[in-house]
Design a protein around this ligand. Structure first.
Ligand SMILES: *Cc1c(COP(=O)(O)O)cnc(C)c1O
Length: 449
């Protein structure tokens, strides 16, 4: 018997993926890249420029992954590439202070209203882990509150889901996370201040921090409902809890000052990542001076990093943040609206139930009639329909994120023509989807990335 696959010329990406699986768990270094949620195999990227990805088989794609958010200026801006080359020539890491770290810190403190002092790390994961350590040190309490559907990196304390019943403690979502660690993480419902209030009553004087994505991006895009962030601020003030905004996506994306500048709610601590590194590995946490003064060596809370603040990463950060301007956000917002409107119209024309949530230049088309306001309504989306849609888009030279529960990222390199081409591809891809009756249990978002 001749298999269908045997008749197809094996692509270079397939060959590379098969090789990768022999030396990397699942063939990748971060899970969502393996395409488990959408089927098929991932194109192996050879290079990228502007808004375009080029794979090992010579296919090109309009990219909406954009490295999952960092590349607000597009792939490989020539000016940044030159700056990096020049920085590399002077040495890539010294393990000693440099002027570049001060430059980037001054920019961050100027742009983000609530940050008085900032510490650079190498990833968003490190930023959130360190921020809760500071909060626990400052309050002398152990428990933290996170929201179902929000992602804060792969630190043990965050790989937790709600236990059964309102008063139970969190349980691990990943083997290897100690039950005792998970028990200190309490889960609330996004856009539901009352669910946090209940936790505050039950765990009186034991909650150190509430951590939240002020614009949720990791269950797909879910903006905060009016009053939600203000309500959290108020609750935290009343209960002596440290409010942490995880702005790893929304920082420098929602506006130059992040979501906190858009909504006018100041957290005590802010976690940053993605755009702050301009495509290189950078994270940061910062906030109120009295809290950040606790970080070593200014204070006793230990946190360190061999490559933290290295000159290559700082060069990319300074370059990227210096180029954030009001006209850039206006342009990005306009592109975001054009894409969202185009997708909505295409869905209407093809009779597919689609809810497009947007927050400026990041959006998610949910395959559900909606509205999508929290984890429960996000996970009502038809993930099989998304997978079919995704495969249709990829065939047509558009690369959306390979999961229903992620944001599509626009950049300064995307054009109206790119967006219009994307909408045409979407109309064709949506028309191919048969609205099949749902019988299987709804698929949950995998732990992203
Ligand atoms: C990506 C992300 C993180 C983790 O950042 P890494 O650099 O991948 O460790 C944390 N929080 C949010 C909101 C994110 O989107």
């Amino acid at each position: 018997m001749i298999s269908f696959a045997a008749l197809m010329p094996a692509s270079e990406s397939t060959r590379l993926f098969n090789r990768a699986r022999r030396v990397l768990p699942g063939g990748v270094n971060s899970p969502v890249r393996a395409f488990a949620a959408v089927g098929g195999r991932p194109p192996f990227v050879e290079r990228a420029r502007g808004a375009r990805l080029y794979d090992a088989d010579g296919q090109s794609y309009i990219d909406y992954v954009m490295s999952w958010g960092p590349l607000i200026h597009g792939h490989a801006p020539p000016e940044l590439t030159r700056a990096l080359r020049s920085a590399a020539g002077r040495g890539t890491s010294f393990g000693a202070p440099t002027a570049l770290e001060v430059d980037l810190a001054r920019i961050v403190c100027r742009l983000v209203p609530s940050i008085a002092l900032v510490r650079f790390v190498n990833s968003g994961t490190e930023a959130t882990m360190s921020a809760i350590r500071v909060a626990r040190a400052a309050t002398g309490r152990d428990r933290i509150v996170k929201f179902a559907g929000c992602y804060h990196g792969h630190g043990d304390a965050f790989l937790v889901q709600a236990g059964s019943g309102a008063t139970t403690l969190g349980v691990p979502t990943s083997p290897g996370v100690a039950r005792a660690t998970a028990a200190d993480t309490l889960i609330a419902a996004y856009n539901d201040v009352e669910s946090v209030e209940r936790l505050c009553r039950t765990h009186r004087e034991r909650i150190a921090a509430v951590i939240v994505e002020p614009i949720a991006g990791n269950m797909g895009v879910v903006p905060p409902a009016p009053g939600f962030l203000e309500g959290l601020r108020d609750l935290c003030d009343r209960h002596g809890i440290v409010l942490i905004f995880d702005e790893v996506i929304s920082g420098f994306r929602a506006s130059r000052g992040g979501a906190q500048a858009v909504y006018g709610v100041m957290p005590d601590l802010t976690c940053l990542g993605k755009i702050i590194g301009g495509g290189l590995p950078v994270g940061a946490y910062g906030g109120r001076g009295d809290l950040m003064e606790r970080v070593s060596p200014a204070g006793p809370v230990y946190q360190a990093g061999t490559l933290s603040g290295n000159p290559l990463a700082m060069t990319a950060g300074v370059w990227s943040l210096s180029r954030l301007s009001a006209p850039l956000y206006r342009r990005l917002d306009k592109l975001g609206r054009r894409l969202a409107e185009g997708l909505r119209t295409a869905a209407l024309e093809t009779g597919v139930a689609l809810t497009v949530n947007t927050a400026g230049s990041v959006l998610t088309p949910f395959f559900t009639a909606g509205p999508v306001t929290d984890y429960a309504s996000a996970t009502a989306a038809d993930t099989e329909a998304y997978a079919a849609f995704f495969r249709g888009m990829l065939r047509r030279g558009v690369h959306p994120p390979p999961s229903q529960f992620e944001g599509w990222f626009l950049s300064d390199a995307h054009t109206e023509r790119d967006v219009d081409r994307t909408v045409r591809a979407a109309r064709q891809s949506l028309a191919e989807i048969r609205p099949a009756p749902r019988e299987s249990a709804p698929q949950r978002p995998e732990t992203p990335r």
